[in-house]
Design a protein around this ligand. Structure first.
Ligand SMILES: [Zn+2]
Length: 386
């Protein structure tokens, strides 16, 4: 390759890094782009000028955020020039399906949620999800012909390469190819990832980890999983299983887990387990653990705090190995102050003190919508790269 060719390729790669960050995060200042891409100020400035010249990026006054420094005018923001079309995000949880239809700027146009036995239904869950996508497109007043891509997540690791689910965890899904089967049902390209990975992507793009490069996102729900962001990129691991913290042993010889082993973290801190622990006292009211804790029920607060500590104990090893600057606790339990306090105690007691000293533990800003919004971000990123 000639030197000129190599430079052109490098420049094209850097331009793509800018458009990928803009697709993920919406309107940003040039200084945000320097932080988000790791490129130099001069490179960002000249590439943004080229992208504006080419009509791919426009300057905008929208969504001006408060900026550091106080005085002076707020910085001019740039965003991808609004392309036409729509995308959809699909979050298949263990017991629900959530669908969002959004425009190419990531603005939500319609949203649907349905309770569904996703684990047990297998491909039938995909059929229902596809029907929900079409309903949401209608509800948004849009035409399905304008749908360009669908991002989707599932609550189990997806094997790298085959994109198949771990059948040991989800037997009804054996032999199902979620990407191809959903694409056939919806009629456009589908991109699938693990739920915690997409939750991490959403909190990174529009939640409580904006412009943070090294993040551990842990989802605490009926299942437990983590999304690892290293140097601004999702780390999926050699086999696509990175972040499966729900199946780290927490109590040796503890309760039987759906993975076939015993005492996994998930058996101790899943919402199901915490509800089982509290049901003898609170009956059906334990569906709303966070609400009971906020009302000051001491037994609920104690159970949530202890669960947080167990999560913190497992996170301590991860945090010591990866040295992130932020841990985001997402899922329904991420809203519970007692869970977050417990996580901090678990980390303080078991992780390298110097790593913990520089670490912030934050509640997820997007709550139970993080995964579906991450699925929208995935669809937008893939359309932008096409
Ligand atoms: Zn397990």
């Amino acid at each position: 390759m000639t030197t000129t060719g190599a430079l052109a390729r490098l420049r094209a790669g850097n331009a793509q890094a800018i458009t990928v960050v803009l697709a993920r995060e919406g309107a940003l200042s040039r200084a945000d782009l320097v932080r988000g891409t790791g490129l130099s100020r001069a490179t960002v400035s000249s590439l943004v000028a080229e992208l504006i010249e080419a009509g791919r990026v426009v300057e905008t006054s929208e969504r001006v955020r408060p900026h550091r420094g106080g005085s002076g005018r707020p910085p001019v923001l740039v965003r991808l020039s609004a392309p036409t079309g729509i995308v959809a995000g699909v979050d298949l949880g263990h017991r629900h399906v959530r669908v969002v239809v959004a425009d190419r700027a990531g603005e939500v146009l319609a949203e649907e949620r349905r309770v569904l036995d996703v684990d047990g239904l297998g491909v039938a869950a995909l059929e229902q999800a596809a029907a929900m996508v079409h309903e949401a497109v209608d509800r948004a007043g849009e035409d399905v012909a304008r749908l360009q891509a669908v991002g989707a997540c599932l609550p189990a690791p997806l094997a790298r390469g085959t994109r198949e689910l771990d059948a040991a965890l989800m037997p009804a899904w054996a032999g199902v190819d979620p990407e191809q089967d959903l694409a056939r049902l919806v009629g456009v390209a589908v991109h699938v990832d693990n739920d915690a990975n997409l939750g991490a992507l959403a909190e990174l793009g529009r939640g409580s980890a904006r412009l943070v490069a090294d993040v551990v996102y842990v989802k605490l729900a009926s299942g437990v999983g983590a999304g690892l962001v290293l140097g601004g990129r999702l780390h999926r691991g050699a086999g696509g299983r990175a972040g499966e913290l729900g199946h780290v042993t927490s109590v040796p010889d503890g309760l039987a887990c759906r993975c076939g082993r015993r005492g996994c973290l998930e058996t101790e801190v899943s919402t199901d387990r915490l509800q089982d622990l509290l049901r003898p006292v609170h009956g059906a009211a334990v569906e709303d653990l966070v609400g009971l804790a906020e009302q000051g029920h001491q037994d609920v607060r104690r159970v949530l705090h202890r669960a947080g500590q167990q999560v913190g104990r497992v996170l301590a090893d991860v945090v010591t190995a990866l040295d992130p600057s932020v841990v985001v606790v997402g899922g329904p339990l991420g809203r519970a102050a007692d869970v977050l306090d417990g996580v901090r105690v678990g980390l303080r007691d078991h992780a390298d003190p110097d790593v913990v000293g520089g670490l912030e533990v934050r509640s997820g800003a997007l709550g139970e919508r993080a995964e579906v919004l991450g699925a929208v971000s995935l669809a937008l990123a893939r359309v932008a790269q096409a």
